[in-house]
Write a protein that binds this ligand. Sequence first.
Ligand SMILES: [Zn+2]
Ligand SMILES: [Zn+2]
Length: 346
Amino acid sequence: MRAVIYEGNGRIRLGERPVPVIQDERDAIIQVTLTTICSSDIHIRHGAVPRAVPGVILGHEFVGRVVETGKAVRKVRPGDRVAVNVETFCGECFYCRRGFVNNCSDEHGGWALGCRIDGGQAEYARIPFADNGLTRIPDHVPDEKALFTGDLLSTGYWAARIGEILPGDTVAVIGAGPTGLCTMMCARLYGPGRIIAIDTDEYRLNVAREQGLADVTLIPGQDDIGAYIRNATSGRGADVVFEVAGGADTFQLAWQTARPNAVVVVVAMYEQDQILPLPSMYGKNLTFKTGGVDGCYCQEIMDLISAGKLDAGFMITHRCGLDEIMDAYNIFESKKEHVIKYAVKP
Ligand SMILES: [Zn+2]
Ligand SMILES: [Zn+2]
């Protein structure tokens, strides 16, 4: 089968691999019907993910059809359409029992797919712990609406959940890329008074406004972000801040725009160390919560998609076949053509 292979040292290529087989009775094999490229794949390509194993098939955000299940799998059967969770988790360890599946202590626990074990930029994929890692897609939900369940929507949903948003809150979201947009979409579920989206990319900010995700959009360097947010909140600052950009100075922007006693959720994946200037923020009594996602809410997310309360399908701006995925990588990485997300059909 065709698959995107990480060769190490920032090199990836489209190559041939054998179709995966069941290795454990809790595995399922799925035929990938739609897959995508995530900014984490770009981080791997940059060599910024030391855990990524050379030789691994990339891809951790995909949907498919179950073709085979191990004999311990209960939740799905061959023929089912499923969304795949970005994280693999056993469901039984200390962390899993508390919902902290990102730190599942199984050797394949956490973000393993497309990083430490073969993922879904391929025609077929093996999903360990299939009962935890697969969510059935209702018949009326097309693949394009379900594609982001396991990673982007899981991240936005998890971030909004730990952000402790109260009705009426002023929420600032730094970064209007795919994860930022999903974070805004999920933050909406909590009834904030307003969502302020901050990004340097005007096109993405327009998308956030047009989709009804952001009430206000601000551009660093062009708008005085601190002054705007202070004016809008009687001088206090944002009640909840989500840092989803991972830029050179966006972490600083996050804590500076937060009001005292705010929750600052750091969703971004940085390629460089960040500075936490504790003397400057002393007395501000901030609560920082950091990534990565605990992706164990896929059923809730699918229920919300099914009911039309979450719809991330608008993020698909580009479509192609697996044979064209190397070009797609280049366009996605350089953010050409106003790309937000690709839908890639194997
Ligand atoms: Zn991802
Ligand atoms: Zn576990």
